[in-house]
Design a protein around this ligand. Structure first.
Ligand code: NAP
Length: 321
């Protein structure tokens, strides 16, 4: 099967890469791998677990890797959506399996890892793609403790537990590859107001998994951190963000393909190292500027709506915050 036979994801059918995105990403975007043969050689016959495969980059990556001959294991909470994607992949001749997984539920994470190893015997590549972003003031956060716990589950504790559950089998098999989808935001500024939970969880897990990689490389288990830039997924589907140049999920899948075929320790948009250095050099004025900007700031319409919806949904359960 060739990559051109890949059924496009629903998101990608609606999204066409715009000229500005194309130009920006061609100059400063992260490297991508579009070499179908190289990808097939890297993943053909391999078992690849992708968390957060029901939408966005995870879905597109599942489709891409299946078309290159991998056995893809799709995990997320929206089981019906996963089943639809699996059906489409199978119809196109690929091999795919869906599993319901809530990374905020540690017992479910252990159960999932056991099931996958029982059903498929091994995991060759584990892609920590699931994630949830949140832009919210600290005072509002204090009213929504359950959202904070969910953030820590999906972005930090869940992937950590999943890694620990699968590592012994990878080691026994003689090697493997773990890919973490972090965010380029970690390279831009040490901190940003209202993004504390998201950036904190992403930074925490990324530091942990990079440390793990330094230990596991002796056993042939490589770790790659992908510092993703803007992906035009439902995660950032607000009016002004959609205008910012970015990858469609299908393009972002080719960034993960590069991670798989080249196995670097880190993969980031080109020029991010310079941005990082500038961030360190100008940390004090940057912090003051972001702080002052935040004082003028209000919640964006999107984060406001998300907060009000969440409050309304739990107002029926007093004390459940
Ligand atoms: N979009 C961007 O601009 C951008 C930038 C930098 C980094 N990233 C990172 O890229 C990754 C992919 O994001 P995306 O843009 O493709 O967003 P997306 O379309 O919203 O996909 C997120 C995926 O995570 C899954 N997920 C959320 N909570 C989960 C939970 N508790 N347990 C299991 N799965 C869960 C979702 O599935 P269910 O809802 O079905 O569970 C969904 O499949 C994320 O790690 C994100 O932080 C995105």
């Amino acid at each position: 099967m060739t990559l051109s036979e890949l059924p496009p994801s629903e998101a990608d059918r609606a999204l066409h890469p715009d000229i500005l995105s194309r130009l920006t990403l061609a100059t400063v975007g992260p490297p991508m791998d579009r070499d179908a043969d190289r990808l097939a050689a890297a993943v053909g016959g391999k078992v690849v677990v992708i968390t957060g495969a029901s939408f966005g980059q995870g879905e597109a990556t599942a489709r891409l890797l299946a078309s290159a001959g991998a056995t893809v294991v799709l995990a997320a909470r929206t089981r019906e959506r996963l089943d639809e994607i699996v059906d489409e992949i199978r119809t196109a001749g690929g091999t795919a399996h869906s599993y319901r997984l809530d990374l905020g539920d540690m017992a479910a994470v252990d159960f999932f890892a056991d099931r996958v190893l029982t059903d498929h015997g091994r995991v060759d590549i584990l892609i920590h793609n699931a994630g949830k972003s949140l832009r919210r003031s600290v005072y509002r956060s204090a009213e929504r403790m359950r959202d904070m716990e969910a953030m820590v589950g999906v972005n930090f504790l869940g992937p950590m537990r999943l890694t620990l559950a699968l590592l012994p089998a990878m080691r026994a098999a003689g090697g493997g590859h773990i890919i973490n989808v972090a965010t380029a935001g970690l390279w831009m500024s040490p901190a940003a107001p209202r993004w504390g939970f998201y950036l904190g969880c992403k930074a925490g897990f990324d530091t942990w998994i990079r440390s793990v990689g330094m230990e596991t490389s002796a056993d042939g288990i490589d770790v790659t951190s992908v510092y993703a830039g803007h992906i035009k997924s439902r995660m950032v589907a607000t009016k002004w963000v959609t205008r910012v140049p970015g990858h469609t999920p299908a393009e972002a899948a080719h960034v993960l393909a590069h991670a798989i075929t080249h196995r670097p320790r880190a993969l980031a948009p080109r020029g991010m190292a310079a941005v990082r250095l500038l961030g360190i050099a100008f940390e004090a004025p940057l912090t003051i500027a972001l702080t002052l900007l935040d004082r003028r700031g209000v919640e964006t319409p999107a984060s406001n709506t998300a907060f009000l919806r969440a409050m309304a949904a739990t107002s029926a359960a007093p004390g459940d915050r």
